[in-house]
Structures are given as structure tokens and as C-alpha cells.
Design a protein around this ligand. Sequence first.
Ligand code: HMG
Ligand code: MG
Length: 297
Amino acid sequence: KWPERVKVKEVGPRDGLQNESRFIPTENKIKWIDQLSLAGFDYIEVTSFVSSKWIPQLADAPELAKGIARFPGVTYAALVPNQRGLEQAIESGIDEIAVFMSASETHNRKNINKSIADTFPVLSMVTREALSAGKTIRGYISTVFGCPYEGKVEIDHVIRVADKLFEMGIYELSLGDTIGVANPRQVESMLEVLLKRYPAERLALHYHDTRGAALANILVSMQMGITRFDSSVGGLGGCPYAPGASGNVAAEDMVYCLREMGIETGIDFDKLLTAARYIQEKLGRTLPSRNLQACPS
Ligand code: HMG
Ligand code: MG
């Protein structure tokens, strides 16, 4: 059984760009994000308020957040690791924040320089202050399906972090296949457990397409009742602190497939392709998206 409608959350301007070494001028990023708003996304993660030493590409977060056009009905979100990031995100007028940590100890340390145990109090403070500032909060867990440093990740580790994040007040949890190792059977068995504990409306899936299984994993997730998925235009991206990571499922590949299946996303495929071509041109190389290759102009 298939859903009638799926919510696609575009994370390309954050997850897609964070791994790009050549700095994309802020005005180009803004133009691209405006094209994404125009294409009909109602949720765009536009940047991160993280250390610019760790993620130089997103050092322009405040200017970018202030420069983008704010389309009515669109939520503009940003990644926040700590209190300093939260203050900047609020000051820059971000609608929603996303907090993030990993299910595996080593990736958590490599990505945010803290143990899992030491991350909880930091995020408790961030979420408390974000809620009192009237912001909604999304949570991410990385390495849910496998860790580049530790390999297999036990589901108990995912649940331990998920419970804490929900206690802190996140309204939705995005489960990250950070290095694109998940397979449809693993997705099925993972979701069988998680859906006994959390309602489907509270879960989103964040598949990186490193090994080409993202769309297959999305189809299985939909059959299990999940209707929220993260995407990245062009298939851009990856986590710089996860060796070998590549981009999320390309938004246009997911939207094309859903449209052909008669599943509504609210996204205009042609306008989406325009946005994908724009960022491809700015990056100056062919992006992984299949639909960009199928429709080069
Ligand atoms: P640290 O070095 O332990 O922290 O980094 P610190 O407090 O010692 O600060 C170091 C420097 O950064 C200081 O500057 C701070 O002021 C500055 P200095 O005094 O040396 O000049 N700083 C900041 N600057 C701007 N904004 C801030 C901020 N905080 C500190 N908010 C920290 C700890 C968390 C800051 C660092 O590790 C960091 O920024 N990590 C972010 C890494 C990241 O963004 N990774 C990618 C995103 S996660 C991902 O891709 C996975 C996901 O897509 C899901 C999936 O696929 O699995 C979400
Ligand atoms: Mg990611």
C-alpha cells in the first residue's frame, strides 16, 4: 500500500554544499534557494550555524539566512550544534532548528568533538532555549544503519539517542543513513522495531545514495508507513566527517518516481530541474542525479 502524499524536505543547501571545497558565493546560494522555494518545497534546510573551521562552506550562514526570499508557507531551517549556533540562528530569523548527533560514539566524536554522553546536556540546553524562543526543533541521528568507523550499529544505540531527543522536545526525528549502507531488508527490520515505539508521523528518513540503494530504501519505508523523506537537489552532498560519504537521494529522482507513482509531493518537477541545473552549473561538474543526466537541458 502506498501513501497519497509524501513530504520531501530539501537539505541540499546544507548537506549538499557542506562537503564542497570550492566556496560558492553567497548570492549564488541565495538564488538557488529562491529557486527551490519557487519549485514548491515547503521545507528547506538552508545552512548550518556551526564552526566555520569545521565547515568553511557554510561560514556565510547569517548573511545567507537574511538574504533568502521568504515564501509564505515555507519553513526555512538550519543545523545548530550548540548555544552559540542557536543564538545566531535566532538572530538570523531562521524558522526552525535541527539538532544532530550520532548513534555511534566514534562518528559523534569526529563530527562534533564530543562523546554521546557529553552531547546530551549541550542539546538539552539548546532545545530548551529554542523552544522558549518559539522555534520548532527537528532532530537527526547519524549512522543509524552503519558507521564509517565502527561498522554495525546496534538498534539499542539508536533508541537510546532517539528517546533522549524526543524527551528534549523535537517534533520529528530524521534517521540518517550517513554513508549510504542501508538495504531494504535492514530498513524493514529497523522500522518494524522503531514504529512500535514512535509514530510514523514522527519519523523521517535521510538516505544517502552512496551505493545506489536510496530509492529502494524509500520505497520500502513508504510501504512501512513512512511519508517524510530528506532529499538533496542534484544528489549533492555528504558529511565531511564520514569518509566515503556521498550525497542524499537526488530530489528530482525521488520526485520523478513519486509523481509517476501518482504520489503527491507539491513539487513542480520542471522548476526543480531548473534549480538542479543552476547549481550544477555553479559547481562546474556533473552531479549524480539521474534525471539531470536524462534531461540535460
Ligand atoms: P569544538 O572545536 O569542540 O568547539 O567544535 P569549541 O567550542 O572549542 O569551538 C571551536 C571554535 O569554533 C571556536 O572558535 C568557537 O568560537 C567556534 P575559535 O575560538 O577557535 O576562533 N564555534 C563556533 N563558530 C560558529 N558557530 C558555532 C560555533 N561553535 C563554536 N555554533 C563544534 C565543536 C560542534 C562547534 C564543531 O565540532 C562543529 O562545528 N561541528 C559541526 C560539524 C558538521 O557540521 N558536520 C556536518 C553536519 S552533520 C551531517 O552531515 C549528518 C546529517 O546530514 C545526517 C546524516 O547524514 O547522518 C545531519
Ligand atoms: Mg546527511
